[in-house]
Design a protein around this ligand. Structure first.
Ligand SMILES: *Cc1c(COP(=O)(O)O)cnc(C)c1O
Length: 760
């Protein structure tokens, strides 16, 4: 484990620099003096060698570069690269240039002068003095490095040795150490977690609930970083953030205009608020990938028609709020600037649920496609909310989330909003979660551009590698997985069009237009699309197994994603999402090159199993051990064929499309349906008796994870796609044990799907 008190400095003496022996000895003397101050010294013999050290060592506190300032062009370029790496990774970390003044009087590179903090003339000052200046700079740097809340907690930990008589009862972890069981827990997590797990009586740090002290300072900094008027740090996930927001703005019987492709916390927000939902319907393509809501679903006419059509009683046209999931689970991002403009005609408050998308502001790739764009001072129009799961694609602990608010029409009073905030918060927040929010925010402020760019770069490399493999295999008459993005891209500056596989990396890594979906393109399959309405997020990578024709008709053979998913899972690779033919992988800041090469490798191995129809017992030994009768005499391709035949005859994809195409009839609001559960006025109903019944909870099939019915909605007749779909699921589970679907809101009893329905 790294000791946080340990300080480190990197000293670089590039061989190309003509440092005299005297200079060399002088540097040694400075290094020795630093060591006596317990600042450890790492040495590099060239600028190039120093770059990976700078890129990979986040414990560095300073860099010292020996230079004669009058570098050859090649060395000057290497030095410039090094300084770029320093600033990119380490922001304000002090950089010292060590030089011999006599040799440098006339020529100094402008870049070096600009990028260094301080020049040290090695022959004019004593090693003692130089080391002192370096130590001082390190202290100043460290003082500003930590964001406000983390700093306050750190200082509390360093200086506080009080006897507490308040909760938590473990008292800095002491309680755990009195039992062998507790001691294991204590040792596992380490002392600092426990020492800083203090009750809210410690007023020195401030309070999360009233946003005072370091908590308030931290939230204010976060608001500046994320472009909000006000940011709230939340420790109950974006589930809590969404409920909080909806609680703050919706009263019973108000109209909430909701994305049908929403997270369950939106339904929970409807339950706690008592609002009446009307839904904007997204599109869906032949692979079962859910697209965005088209603008035609957002127009004032469309929304007025939806409100008119709902049979649920509602306040006189109080359209209180609209919510859009951005980006979608499949990585499609709205042109939020445009979506806002359209929705503003119907509502004054718009919420973008950006749980998976908190990084968008930090890379120009996403220009215009996220909620908090530009400067809040320039904002006109509706009041805008964004909710971010900081723990999902930024770096924070689970449960960490932010609500960002940008006030416009029907502005929010923050004091009043805090009532809703407290209603969904806890009076005992774990400070480590709060601190991780604070850290995530500062990381994005300082390193956001480079961190997001690296993720995009890795994802593009993976996509291109996959596209090239696909092309090579197809050339030789074989098959391979396909990456889901445009097959060709055009450089808008030169007008040149490239195959995706051959496109310049720079173009794909920086040019948004390469990722925009255009109307009627075959690859995306969403048909007609408004221009500049949606882009695919490069870091959310879907790959497709063969089997689906471009016309939406299934081919003769195919590779269903369920089997591939099980295989790669068995290899220790976990996709984020699996639909009929789609596997999806998230590239995040934690990704490494090794990780995606391993994935490619697993896909190649799967292909090999398929091509030689290797026994399923080789592909998935655990599966055949669990179900020997079913699978042990089968080959991989045989099983693929059976699964494929199931998809072709039972058409669950088509049923789901049909189910999503026509929204079910609303009978009760989600709150009223919930009250039926509370009052015990519900019963479990098997799928063959569901016709016309009202479901008490929402039913969300995974994949694709979009609600088929929301709570309080009515099943159609016995032939309806919703009931047909549940039966098709049961048939799949029956035919393919070990590959059972997970369907939220259903209870499977003896292979039959049952749903908790309202007694009527
Ligand atoms: C995950 C998710 C949430 C809930 O976030 P948690 O931080 O897990 O509570 C809300 N909305 C969307 C769109 C999500 O994907």
């Amino acid at each position: 484990m790294n000791d946080i008190a340990l300080r480190q400095i990197l000293i670089i003496e590039d061989a190309a620099v003509d440092n005299s022996q005297v200079m060399h000895s002088a540097i040694d003397a400075v290094a020795a003096e630093l060591e006596t101050r317990e600042i450890s010294v790492i040495q590099a013999a060239s600028y190039a060698e120093a770059v990976p050290l700078v890129n990979n060592n986040m414990d560095l506190d300073a860099v010292l570069i020996a230079t004669d300032m009058n570098l050859e062009p090649a060395s000057a370029a290497a030095a410039a690269d090094l300084l770029k790496a320093v600033h990119c990774r380490h922001g304000e970390m002090p950089v010292f240039l060590l030089a011999d003044r006599a040799a440098t009087a006339e020529a100094m590179s402008v870049e070096l002068m600009r990028d260094a903090n301080e020049f040290i003339w090695i022959f004019e000052d004593s090693p003692l003095f130089i080391a002192g200046r370096i130590e001082g700079a390190i202290e100043r740097y460290r003082r500003n490095l930590l964001p406000p809340l983390m700093k306050a907690i750190w200082e509390y930990n360093e200086h506080n040795h009080e006897y507490s008589w308040a909760a938590p009862g473990h008292q800095g972890g002491r309680g755990f150490t009195k039992s062998p069981i507790g001691k294991k827990f204590y040792d596992f997590y380490g002392e600092n977690l426990f020492r800083t797990d203090t009750g809210i009586e410690r007023t020195s740090i401030g309070s999360l609930l009233d946003h005072s002290g370091a908590f308030g300072v931290s939230e204010a900094e976060t608001a500046r970083t994320f472009g909000a008027d006000r940011s709230y740090s939340v420790v109950v996930g974006t589930s809590g953030s969404n409920r909080t927001l909806m609680q703050a703005v919706l009263a019973p019987r108000d109209i909430a205009i909701c994305d049908r492709n929403c997270h369950k916390s939106i339904e929970q927000g409807l339950i706690v608020s008592g609002a009446v939902p009307v839904y904007m319907r997204p599109t869906r393509n032949r692979y079962g990938i859910i697209g965005v809501i088209p603008p035609s679903e957002m127009t004032p006419e469309a929304i007025a028609a939806k409100i008119k059509a709902t049979p649920l009683s509602h306040s006189d046209d109080n359209r209180a709020y609209a919510v859009v999931t951005n980006c979608t689970y499949d990585g499609l991002c709205y042109n939020a600037a445009k979506a806002e403009k359209i929705l503003e005609n119907s509502v004054d408050r718009i919420h973008f649920d950006e749980a998976w998308y908190g990084y968008a502001r930090f890379n120009d790739m996403y220009r215009n496609h996220f909620a908090m764009r530009g400067d809040p001072a320039d904002h006109k129009g509706a009041t805008i909310f964004a909710t971010h799961s900081t723990h999902k694609l930024l770096c924070a602990l689970s449960q960490a989330s932010y609500i960002h608010v940008r006030n416009g029409r029907r502005a929010i009073s923050f004091d009043r909003m805090n009532q809703a905030y407290m209603l969904h918060a806890t009076t005992s927040p774990l400070y480590a979660i709060c601190a991780s929010n604070d850290i995530a925010s500062r990381m994005m402020a300082v390193n956001g551009q480079s961190l997001t760019q690296e993720v995009i770069d890795e994802a593009v490399d993976f996509r291109q590698a996959l596209a090239r493999l696909n092309r090579d295999f197809r050339k030789s008459g074989s098959w391979f997985f396909e990456v889901w993005n445009a097959p060709t891209v055009t450089d808008p500056h030169t007008g040149r069009t490239y195959d995706f596989a051959d496109a310049p990396r720079e173009l794909l890594c920086h040019e948004q237009s390469c990722w925009r979906l255009r109307s009627n393109e075959v690859w995306h399959g969403f048909g007609k699309l408004e221009a500049d309405w949606v882009m695919l997020d490069p870091i959310k990578v879907s790959i497709l197994g063969p089997g689906m024709g471009d016309d939406g008709k299934m081919l003769d053979h195919g590779v269903p994603a369920a089997l591939v998913s099980s295989y790669i899972y068995y290899q220790g690779i976990v996709p984020t999402r699996t639909t009929d033919f789609q596997l999806m992988f998230l590239f995040s800041m934690g990704i490494t090159k090794g990780k995606w090469v391993t994935l490619l490798n697993a896909l190649l191995k799967f292909k090999e199993f398929y091509d030689r129809n290797a026994p399923v017992s080789d592909l998935l030994p655990d599966l055949t051990a669990a179900y020997p009768d079913r699978y042990s005499s089968m080959g991989t391709r045989d099983l693929c064929d059976q699964m494929f035949a199931y998809l072709k005859t039972n058409t669950p994809g088509e049923k789901l499309n049909a189910a999503f195409d026509q929204l079910p009839a609303q009978a009760l609001t989600p709150r009223d349906a919930f009250m039926k559960i509370v009052r015990d006025e519900v019963e479990l109903v098997p799928s063959d008796q569901l016709a016309g019944r009202i479901t008490a909870n929402s039913i969300i099939p995974y994949p694709p994870g979009i609600p088929m019915l929301m709570s309080g909605e009515r099943f159609g007749d016995a032939g309806s796609p919703q009931i047909g779909y549940l039966k098709a699921l049961a048939e799949w589970d029956h035919q393919f044990p070990g590959f059972e679907h997970e369907t939220e809101g259903c209870t499977v009893v003896d292979g039959v799907y049952n749903v908790m329905c309202v007694k009527e």
